[in-house]
Ligand binder design. Sequence first.
Ligand SMILES: NC(=O)c1ccc[n+]([C@@H]2O[C@H](COP(=O)([O-])OP(=O)(O)OC[C@H]3O[C@@H](n4cnc5c(N)ncnc54)[C@H](O)[C@@H]3O)[C@@H](O)[C@H]2O)c1
Length: 276
Amino acid sequence: MRGEVMQSFNNKVAIVTGGGGDGIGHNLVMALAEQGAKVAFCDIANLESTETKLKAMGATYYSAPVDMSDKSQINDFVDAVLDEFGQIDVLINNAGIALGDRTFEQVTEADFEKITDINYWGVVHTTMRCYPHMLKRPEAAIVNLSSSQGILGAPHLVPYCTTKFAVRGFTDSLRAELYVAGVRNLTVHCVHPGAVATNITLNADYHGKSTQSFHEALQRGTPANKAAEIILKGIRKNTGRIFISDGRMQDIVVRLFPTLYVWFAKLSLKLRKIEL
Ligand SMILES: NC(=O)c1ccc[n+]([C@@H]2O[C@H](COP(=O)([O-])OP(=O)(O)OC[C@H]3O[C@@H](n4cnc5c(N)ncnc54)[C@H](O)[C@@H]3O)[C@@H](O)[C@H]2O)c1
C-alpha cells in the first residue's frame, strides 16, 4: 500500500525506544542521526553507549531512562521530547524483550505480564501519546517492531509470539484505519525481522539448554546495522510490512502451510542447530 513517502530524515524529529545498548534500536538511532534527524531515544539501561557516539558526531539528540512497562514514564518522555523539539515526525517502537528458555508449562503469569507490558502495552502507550502530534505533521511515520514470530507461532516462545502477533494486529489495523479515513501524511509500518545478530537471547531473563545455540543462530543472521538500514529504507519507500533476514521466508511458509508449517519449523531448528 503506498501513501505519502517520507523522502528524507533530514531535520525530522525521530523517537526510538530501546535505543541504548547495542541492538537494532542503537543502530537505528545512529543511522537516523547520520541522515540528519534530531533523535530522541530512551532505554531502561545502557544509554551511555549511544550518547557517547552521538556526542562524538555532534548530533542533536535527547535521551532519557524510561521503563516501557510504565505508562507515566512513557508519557513524561514523549512530553519532554515535544518540549525539546516541538514536534514528532518518526516514532520507532523498538524496545522489546524475549523471555528466554521457557516452555509454556514453565512460564509464570508474572513472566507473561512482564513481556506483555513491555512488548505490547509499551507500543500502544507510546503510540497513543505521540499520535495526535504526528497526525498534524506533513510527513510522519509510525514503525513497530513485531517479528517473524508475529507471523509464525514458534515453540518455546509462546509469550513472545503472543506479544508480537498483538503488535502486528495493532499496526495493521491502525494502518487500515488511516487509509480508509484518507489520511496519507502518517504512514504505519510493521517490521518482521527473522534472525538479527543482537544479544536479545542473552539479555532474556531465562537461560537454559537452548540459549547458546539460539544466540549463535541469531549471530548468523542480518547484522543489526544492516537491519536498521532496511527499516529506514522501508519507511522511505512506504513499505507497510518490512521484512528482514528470513522474515519473508517464514511469512511465505505460513501462508502456504498455515498449520503444517510446524514441520518446516522443526526442520529449521535442526538445520540451525538449535536444541530445545
Ligand atoms: N534480534 C532479532 O533476531 C529480532 C528478531 C525479531 C524481532 N526483534 C525485535 O527487535 C527489537 C529490538 O531487539 P534487539 O534484537 O535489538 O534486542 P536487544 O536486547 O539488543 O535490544 C532491546 C533494547 O530494548 C531495551 N529494553 C528492554 N526492556 C526495556 C524496558 N522495559 N524499557 C525500555 N527499554 C527496554 C533493552 O535495554 C535494549 O536496549 C525487539 O522488539 C525485538 O523483539 C529482534
